[in-house]
Design a protein around this ligand. Sequence first.
Ligand code: YK8
Length: 177
Amino acid sequence: GKLYINEVYMFSVDKLYDILFTESQFMSDFLEQRRFSGVVYHPWRKEEAGNQTREIMYTISLSNPLAPKTATVTETQTLHRSSQVSECYIIDAEVITHDVPYHDYFYTLNRYMLTRVAKNKCRLRVSAELRFRKHPWGLVKGFIERNFWSGLDEYFRYLELELSKVPLLLSEHHAQS
Ligand code: YK8
């Protein structure tokens, strides 16, 4: 896998969880700016192993000349049972992009680790993996890999940028009240 984000933020780990994994204002603004549409959240469900899972569906806009203009996505998030409120949250997100060329060959596995550093301080680590469901031949594999990593690079660079603005918004909010 590739480590995309490894950052410390000056707010609580619960706040970070709310921002990223509930239907927060941050997430709806972020998804809108990224031109995600038709977002449907299914509720969290308990699994036998003690983990919780949910599905999120949406449509993304693509600018890759080799791909269609839009593609539907299914994201299955698993909140790991070792997660503990105010301490740590581990979420795996399996992302399947339908409609793109070779979509049946690969999927994405993203791992989000949110940990408490202090009362109002937390760390976020995000890593991503490209996984193959079928074995493509060399040329196709290289083609998928190039397009895959460039798309992900852009997404997580933007997520990190937007997250870095959150403490600023909070302090502005305090200044007003
Ligand atoms: C999630 C990985 C690959 C895919 C895309 C595929 C093009 C393939 C084209 C050819 C478009 C939000 C990505 C980036 C779409 C967006 C996906 C997101 C960012 C010609 C082979 C969606 C995280 C995520 C995971 C995988 C990303 C796709 O929360 O290049």
